[in-house]
Write a protein that binds this ligand. Structure first.
Ligand SMILES: *Cc1c(COP(=O)(O)O)cnc(C)c1O
Length: 340
């Protein structure tokens, strides 16, 4: 891909444009070798590779932002690298360790600096770890070998112009994941949520499904859920049932700074429905940052959240976070790190 103007880089649908360079490291006898930079392209995989048969793969998603000052900064890459290691351990994959992952993330940004879009775009980074041992008999054995690669994609503002509020179907029967995979960023969870999400789209025009098994709110397929108003923010306390978002963590810090009372606790669907008219709701995750929710579909009934649009506290929180990511607000927590 040749260098293009920033607007061309960010009008493609999210995740469809490949940046020119990727960084790859493989294990030899279970230990990761030196990473190398190469053109983005096919990764050789033996057809017997463990990941293809037994699901031994996990990934991360994070962003590098170009500030108004031209500096490119990664946002909390250390946390993402640590989470990849946590996923690797739960999948019994060789663990590259946060240091190697972080170095490869930085190398990937460096190799693609010329295609980091101007704000509100960003360079989305996707580290992927897969079990590569060629052994289709290893159904009940871990993969001794693995490949770690980091690819990048220039992306636009997920919710550009207008920022339409989302519709969520509240699902109280089908689970998003299993108890052992709740905190693992692995494709199996997405595969499990896909059918449920497609049905919710077809039947109710829902954008996403909010999983709330037995009436206990967890999260959507790829983002954490927040119920908020100008005084307080309610979100599920950290437990094994959901993916502990880096965005969620940052937003809770910023919410406290803005004077909100943060309640990390269980939220029942009944309470959510009762509070909807006088509240805001939002989804937090790297891709969307903070996306407003305007409608819930509960037992086939549409419940409006607030006035049905993206709420004012949601906007304030989103702006506070984006300002740090772009280097236009101070970063007292050391969340950003410049590259290049
Ligand atoms: C990636 C992901 C999130 C968001 O995590 P961030 O670290 O904020 O990007 C939330 N839920 C699920 C299931 C995810 O896979």
């Amino acid at each position: 891909m040749s260098v293009r103007s920033s607007s061309e880089l960010t009008t493609a649908p999210f995740g469809t444009l490949a940046a020119p360079a990727m960084v790859v490291a493989e294990t030899v006898d279970g230990r990761f070798g030196a990473p190398r930079v190469q053109p983005t392209g096919p990764v050789p995989l033996h057809p017997f590779a463990h990941a293809l048969h037994y699901g031994s793969s996990c990934f991360e998603g994070l962003k590098a932002h170009r500030g108004d000052d031209g500096v490119v900064r990664l946002f909390r890459a250390d946390r993402h690298a640590e989470r990849l290691s946590a996923s690797a351990r739960r999948l019994r994959l060789p663990d590259p360790g946060p240091e190697l992952t972080l170095a490869m993330i930085r190398e990937t940004v460096l190799a693609n600096l010329s295609v980091v879009p101007d704000p509100p775009g960003a360079l989305y980074l996707r580290p992927v770890l897969m079990g590569t041992e060629p052994n289709i008999g290893a159904a009940a054995a871990p993969s001794a070998d693995a490949v770690l690669y980091v690819v990048a994609s220039p992306v636009g503002d997920y919710f550009a112009a207008g920022a339409r509020a989302l519709t969520l179907l509240v699902e109280t029967e089908q689970p998003r994941t299993t108890p052992q995979f709740g905190q693992v960023k692995t494709g199996a969870n997405y595969a499990m949520a896909l059918g449920v999400t497609l049905e919710a789209k077809a039947a109710h025009g829902a954008d996403q499904v909010l999983f709330a098994p037995a009436g206990d709110v967890q999260e959507t397929g790829a983002a954490n859920f927040l119920l908020l108003d100008e005084r307080r923010l309610v979100t599920r306390a950290l437990d094994g049932s959901f993916l502990h978002g880096v965005t969620r963590d940052a937003l809770l810090v910023l919410a406290r700074e803005l004077g909100l009372e943060v309640e990390e606790r269980s939220l029942a669907v009944d309470e959510l429905v009762a509070a909807a008219a006088s509240s805001e709701a939002a989804l937090a995750g790297t891709a969307a940052v903070l996306a407003g929710v305007g409608t819930l579909v509960v037992d086939g009934v549409r419940v409006q959240v607030g006035d049905g649009n993206v709420g004012p506290t949601t906007r304030r929180l989103r702006e506070a976070l984006v300002a740090i990511q772009r280097g236009s607000a101070s970063d007292p927590y050391g969340w950003t790190s410049a590259v290049g």
